[in-house]
Design a protein around this ligand. Structure first.
Ligand code: BGC
Ligand code: ZN
Length: 362
């Protein structure tokens, strides 16, 4: 089988033409024929050799963690999948420590030890290949109606996990209040999918991002009923004044300076969710008194979130189904480039458009 791989030792990327076909070797295994695999910033980091670890004993890592496949074979004890069904495998696998409460409870997205593995990222081959096998417990069923765009589910799970966290945190508000104003930082795929989710869940959404209008991301934001503001045209204070009380900030840029600057305008009882992973650019000064004063006097909360559990996958599949029915052109517009696996290095080498995908099967 063909597989797209990174070789960290010799700092190269190449197609492995004879990657061995995986076999079902447990009663609960599921084999997929991969249809599409998305490319994201994590893949670009792995391809720049900044991140990513091959499985023990391998000199390469097959990349790809945003996937959609069709079931072609199941083990004898698999109940909920049959050949022809669509499924999306989760990314993270639990650590082995007996006392990791999170992993032992199937919540490896909250792993305490850091010894988890991630398919296509950390010590496990990923999905940018023709066929993959995994246990049924890591598979999520996908309705045929969203087949064409289901590759967006995994990046959408980031927003869905964030929203679940926000809803948990805001249970502290024991009075009734509308969801309120959400500001999304960044208009890449994670930001735009976050904007869609927040819109579906009743927030007034403003996407605050660098690029000036007109641009395709701003069009998508407007198509879903959100507001787009360019940070080059409008500074943070003016953006905040236009928004009203900022109840939620959903950060999807990975630029820490920008995030901390926006933290200064978070509103009363506001929650600030961080999803980006910044590089190490060294310390930058900020007004810590102002931040601490506001956090206390305005009951604010800052929360980071990574990866996603089964609940977020299920919500992502349900919300993508709703979004696709409601805003087909906007959802379609997120996928801006399609490449055969032979050309996988192109979208990984340089970011163009919004979401690029590798088409492996039909
Ligand atoms: C993936 C997550 C993963 C994270 C860190 C992201 O791109 O979407 O599932 O946990 O990278 O490796
Ligand atoms: Zn990703």
């Amino acid at each position: 089988m063909k597989a797209a791989a990174v070789f960290p030792g010799r700092k190269s990327l190449s197609l492995v033409p004879d990657f061995p076909e995986p076999r079902i070797h447990t009663n609960t295994g599921v084999k997929l024929r991969i249809l599409n695999v998305g490319v994201c910033g994590t893949d670009r980091e792995i391809a720049s050799f900044l991140y990513g670890t091959p499985p023990d004993g391998s000199d390469y890592l097959v990349i790809g963690h945003e996937s959609i496949g069709e079931v072609i074979e199941v083990g004898p004890e698999v109940e909920h999948f049959k050949p022809g069904d669509l499924a999306i495998p989760m990314v993270r696998r639990p650590c082995n420590h007996p006392d990791c409460y999170a992993c032992r409870a199937g919540r490896q997205d909250f792993c305490y030890t850091g010894d988890y593995r991630e398919r296509g990222i950390m010590k496990m081959h990923g999905f940018m290949t023709e066929r993959v096998v995994d246990d049924a417990i890591y598979m999520n069923a996908v309705p045929g109606a969203i087949r064409e765009v289901a590759v967006l589910v995994e990046p959408l799970t980031i927003a869905e996990k964030a929203l679940l966290q926000v809803l948990e945190i805001q249970k502290r508000l024991t009075f009734s209040a509308p969801p309120g104003n959400a500001v999304v930082l960044g208009a890449g795929p994670v930001g735009l999918l976050g904007a869609m989710t927040l819109k579906l869940h009743g927030y007034d959404v403003t996407v605050y991002s660098r690029e000036r209008e007109p641009n395709p991301s701003a069009e998508i934001v407007k198509a879903i009923g959100g507001k787009y503001i360019s940070s080059q045209d409008c500074d943070i204070n003016r953006m905040a004044a236009q928004t009203g009380n900022i109840d939620l900030v959903y950060e999807a840029t990975g630029v820490s300076r920008f995030a901390i600057d926006v933290l200064h305008v978070l509103g009363h009882n506001g929650v600030f969710v961080l999803t980006g992973v910044p590089g190490n650019h060294g310390p930058t000064p900020t007004d810590t008194d102002a931040i601490m004063r506001d956090m206390v006097l305005k009951n604010q909360c800052v929360v980071g979130t990574v990866n996603a559990g089964k609940d977020a996958f299920e919500n992502a599949i349900a919300d993508l189904t709703r979004a696709w029915a409601k805003w087909p052109a906007a959802v379609n517009g997120l996928i801006t480039g399609r490449f055969p696996i032979e050309q996988f290095t192109e979208p990984i080498g340089h970011q163009t458009g919004i979401k690029n995908i590798i088409e492996i099967g039909k």
